[in-house]
Write a protein that binds this ligand. Structure first.
Ligand SMILES: C[S@@+](CC[C@H](N)C(=O)[O-])C[C@H]1O[C@@H](n2cnc3c(N)ncnc32)[C@H](O)[C@@H]1O
Length: 287
């Protein structure tokens, strides 16, 4: 389906939901760079294919970005897929991804993919899902209160037997020290040279690690001019114990906690923290 149908249902969510919107650089240019970096992440795709196979039915990808996980979720067997994101620019790219892939295009034509611009902290829908995913999203929330809202939102979307997967960095994946402005990569894409630098400042707080992450991407155009795209984010990483406690507070019963997408047990060296939880009470969908 062409055109941004999700726009029709657009509601103002306010707050921090659009991570590219308030940046000094153009949001659609940042979204293009975002895609370049995120599409390189493939190590979790088999995990998402597998989890969707284990929980057949409708899936909701909360903070779907440009839809990196759509194909594994559908090929795992999701009967229907709803992608929710707060960034219009990333949803535009999700549209483009769907258009470009025959399998996604067919699923969309069959009414099996829906994109929604919204805030993961306050998604309200009447339909229920076998699987809800919050992948890489908690870090973008402002802290425990917002995480609680997002977890509660996910819980209310779940069918009785549904599960939510919360996927974030584990203790071993977090920066151990500040990183001065450094070169991340320098590559040529689509005839343009792209040079990415970034800087990290970290702060331990009672509610987890706070990280200021600033990036500077230079796009060297064919005529030799350089577009400089600065952006910055305030990220938050709760400890695994804090995340599990927040899940319980959101009335979710934690079923498993993994330290990798290969389902290794979580420990201090784990690069990921993946929490799988179910509604603690039978009446999912309650406020
Ligand atoms: C690191 S990306 C992960 C994207 C995708 N889940 C993936 O794994 O490729 C985080 C995503 O969360 C979205 N996001 C962050 N906070 C949000 C909020 N409050 N409401 C909706 N989307 C949000 C961002 O726009 C971005 O697309």
């Amino acid at each position: 389906m062409g055109g941004a149908a999700w726009r029709r249902g657009r509601r103002r969510a306010g707050g921090l939901n659009d991570i590219l919107g308030g940046q000094p650089a153009d949001a659609s240019e940042l979204a293009e760079i975002y895609d370049l970096e995120h599409d390189a992440i493939v190590e979790d795709l088999a995990f998402y294919r597998q989890i969707s196979r284990r929980h057949p039915g409708a899936a909701v990808d909360l903070g779907c970005g440009s839809g990196r996980l759509f194909l594994p979720l559908l090929s795992g067997g999701a009967s229907r897929l709803v992608g929710v994101d707060g960034s219009p620019s990333l949803l535009e790219r999700a549209e483009a991804r769907i258009e470009a892939d025959p399998r996604l295009r067919t699923a969309r034509a069959d009414g099996r993919i829906e994109l929604v611009e919204g805030d993961v902290r306050r998604v309200r829908r009447n339909d229920r899902f076998a699987l809800a995913i919050l992948a890489g999203v908690v870090a973008h929330l402002d802290g425990p209160e917002d995480a609680l809202r997002a977890l509660g939102s996910a819980r209310r979307l779940l069918a009785k037997d549904g599960v939510v997967v919360v996927d974030t960095l584990g203790p071993g994946g977090l920066p151990a020290r500040d990183l001065p402005l450094s070169l991340d990569w320098d590559r040529t894409e689509g005839g343009r040279r792209l040079v990415r630098r970034s800087q990290i400042e970290r702060r331990e707080t009672p509610e987890g690690l706070r990280v200021s992450y600033a990036t500077l991407t230079d796009v060297v155009r064919a005529d030799g001019t350089i577009a400089r795209l600065p952006a910055s984010w305030r990220l938050w990483y709760p400890s695994p114990a804090a995340l599990v406690a927040l899940a319980a507070e959101a009335e979710l019963a934690v079923e498993s906690v993994f330290g990798s997408h290969d389902l290794d047990p979580l420990n201090e060296e784990s690069e990921r923290c993946i929490v799988v939880a179910r509604p603690a009470t039978a009446d999912s969908g309650k406020e």
